[in-house]
Write a new protein. Sequence first.
Length: 181
Amino acid sequence: MALALSGLAGPLLGVLYGAEFTVAAPILILLAWSAATSWLYAPLAVALQARGLERRWLAGLAGGLAMNAVGNLWAIPRWGAVGAAGATLASEVALLGFGAILVGYELGMLPSVRPVLVGLGATAVGGAVLWVLQAVGAAPATLAALILYGGLLSLFRIVTAEDAAMVIGWVRTAVPGSSHG
């Protein structure tokens, strides 16, 4: 989702709200990556809470809040709304790091290195494709980036055909009028 919004934020804002709102694309992109980061640490938070470590996770959340507040105080005067979105992304990344360290330390569970590295690599390649192909247009560049991203995840068997079929099934069930069940 964040990779797709990175390529399509400007055109999407233009279609939804008018051309004068396309200048907000960098803000939407940063916030999309913030949301993606929060989706990554959500299972860590659930695991910590399920094991009775709510207070430690709450301390991490308080630290993330403080980091966001200080980041906003510093970044907003310099970069306005883009600075605020950047501070949010930085605090979300810090929470992801804190959650991963806490789960590793307290529960002895570390993430598998291979999926993390392949996911980060595929994301970086997708971002590079977006940047290189920006002159051909947002939609073709985004499509190429997403195909390459998905292809790399498939090539390295991080995502299987069964995984894709399952997600497509969820989407078909969630979209009104398209369920075949």
